[in-house]
Design a protein around this ligand. Structure first.
Ligand SMILES: Cc1cc2nc3c(=O)[nH]c(=O)nc-3n(C[C@H](O)[C@H](O)[C@H](O)COP(=O)(O)OP(=O)(O)OC[C@H]3O[C@@H](n4cnc5c(N)ncnc54)[C@H](O)[C@@H]3O)c2cc1C
Length: 498
């Protein structure tokens, strides 16, 4: 018989995906062992179980890269420590560039990575072909090879985190749902379950795509939305080497993984399909979503030209599963602005497996110290605004954010969706003066002005952008003549002496 739930724990974690289990593991490593993790069904049954398991280290920002790097360094040690295999295979990864702009982006990423010790090589088409013989490289410009990248088994890795946590005293309970977060005087003080309340000094919300609704019930904004994410797995193929690196062809929105003699082909297509608009079903447990071959077909056509072996392969699995996306493609970590002692770790934008170790480690330290262990502003939940939890806003933005993972990460790139949330009283007059708008915290702000005869549109570039001269003219006007600033979008503080 399962023992009853304790009436209190130092830390209660809601959610037994890879992230919740990593947090439990890292808390116990710090000596915080009075940890209770509640999973409503079974460990991994939300998003974790169906992840492709790519463990890449090069991310959009320095901090996110460091956290992903830590995960890959941890995986072998975790296996040795717990005796539970993680399936980690360090077969490296290749990012392929099909044009000069993409190659520039990859090279910039490579030099950022090198600056803090990530193994990375910039390579040409011939070397790429040597690493990946199945690949068509006739139109390739170059790429980067990260020898320490690889792939892991998400379910086994979660079980390893859970086993490590249990070995040091954490209690992990499946089949118990957190019904709501308990609040007293602006603090989270525990969790109500079907088996009664559990008091806690700290509550951690790591409930994946369910997190937004659980938080909203206590007035906390956790802006994330689920989207459908697709991959196929082929029948076994005789000519697929087992040591193939993971491959990303971002110009064609695809990634490839060798999977026990089969190939897994996944996509980050430009216009995604948001899911769960009416709430995430309570019964969801190891479920998948209906296949949509019409949606996936254009991706598959390009993949077949890129890897001709796919033309002869039967498709064994067409998989469609939901994952959480945030308005800026960065995950949500830390103590919430609205409730003290409530921490979140969710919204992982398809990098939750590779980020799980690093995110779990820094969140555990943040819980212990009640301050960020390092600068985590990139991923701090408090960077986002309440309006970003609006369902329509999130649904619209989610059509874009999934694809942006593989789109060109141009400097100053502007979102195309969910725009016009906040407008200055002068908006129409700014537009008629030629303003080309950008978005900051939901505000539409003129980033530059196009005079008559100049195209009022962004032409992105890694070099000098098309608005350079226009901005220079504004700077000269401010310095030498007169300028009027519209400060509607700036934060305003009311300081009162009482
Ligand atoms: C098709 C696909 C491929 C992917 N491939 C990769 C990849 O290659 N590499 C990578 O890094 N990432 C990948 N991802 C993303 C990765 O799977 C997720 O980012 C990660 O699994 C998120 O983990 P989590 O713990 O935050 O969420 P989840 O795994 O969803 O865990 C949340 C848990 O909380 C539980 N829960 C919810 N509500 C409650 C409640 N009220 N009480 C108790 N428990 C509750 C749920 O049952 C669930 O088990 C992929 C995702 C998809 C969909």
């Amino acid at each position: 018989m399962t023992p009853p739930l304790p009436s209190r724990a130092d830390v209660v974690i809601i959610g037994g995906g890879i992230v919740g289990c990593s947090i439990a593991y890292h808390l116990t490593k710090l000596g915080i062992t009075d940890v209770l993790l509640l999973e409503r069904k079974q460990l991994t049954c939300g998003t974790t179980w169906h992840a492709a398991g790519l463990i890449g280290q090069l991310r959009a920002t320095r901090r996110m890269t460091e956290l992903a790097k830590y995960t890959s360094e941890l995986l072998h040690a975790l296996e040795v420590e717990t005796g539970q295999a993680t399936g980690f295979k360090q077969n490296g990864s290749i990012n392929l560039a099909l044009n000069a702009e993409r190659f520039e982006e990859l090279k910039r990423g490579a030099s950022m990575a090198k600056s803090f010790g990530l193994a990375v090589e910039v390579i040409g088409p011939a070397e790429i072909k040597a690493h990946y013989p199945l690949l068509e490289v006739g139109d390739a410009v170059g790429g980067v090879f990260l020898p320490k990248d690889g792939q892991a088994n998400p379910v086994d890795t979660t079980q390893a985190f859970a086993r490590g946590a249990r070995q040091r005293g954490a209690r992990i309970v499946e089949g118990v749902k957190a019904l709501r977060i308990l609040v007293e005087r602006g603090r989270a003080v525990g969790v109500m379950t079907g088996e009664g309340p559990v008091a806690a000094s700290t509550v951690v919300l790591a409930a994946g795509m369910w997190s937004r609704e659980l938080a909203a019930a206590v007035g906390v904004s956790v802006p994330l939305h689920a989207a459908e994410h697709f991959y196929i797995v082929t029948e076994p193929l005789a000519d697929v080497p087992r040591d193939l690196p993971v491959l990303r062809v971002t110009d064609e929105c695809t990634y490839y993984k060798e999977d026990a003699g089969k190939l897994l082909v996944g996509a980050f297509e430009p216009v995604a399909k948001p899911w769960g608009m009416d709430g995430i079903p309570g019964a969801f447990c190891f479920d998948s979503l209906p296949e949509d071959m019409d949606h996936f077909e254009p991706i598959l056509e390009k993949a077949t030209a890129r890897l001709p072996i796919l033309a002869t392969a039967g498709i064994q699995t067409f998989f469609n599963g939901p994952e959480s996306f945030t308005p800026d493609d960065r995950y949500l970590l830390g103590e919430t602005a609205e409730l003290r002692d409530l921490f979140v770790a969710c919204g992982f934008n398809s990098i939750g497996i590779q980020s799980s170790g690093g995110a779990g480690k820094v969140l555990a330290e943040w819980i212990r110290d009640r301050r960020m262990p390092v600068d985590l502003t990139d991923v701090d939940v408090r960077r986002l605004h309440r309006f970003q939890s609006n369902r329509t806003y999130l649904r619209d933005r989610t059509t874009e954010t999934l694809g942006l993972l593989y789109a060109m990460h141009w400097p100053n790139r502007q979102y195309a969706t969910a725009r016009g949330v906040r407008r200055s009283p002068f908006h129409d007059r700014l537009l008629s003066a030629g303003a080309v708008m950008g978005e900051t915290a939901g505000w539409e702000r003129p980033n530059w002005y196009a005079p008559p005869g100049v195209e009022a549109a962004y032409r992105y570039s890694w070099g000098r952008q098309n608005w350079f001269e226009r901005t220079a003219a504004e700077c000269r006007a401010v310095r030498d003549a007169v300028a009027l600033f519209d400060q509607a979008s700036f934060a305003k503080f009311l300081v009162e002496v009482r």
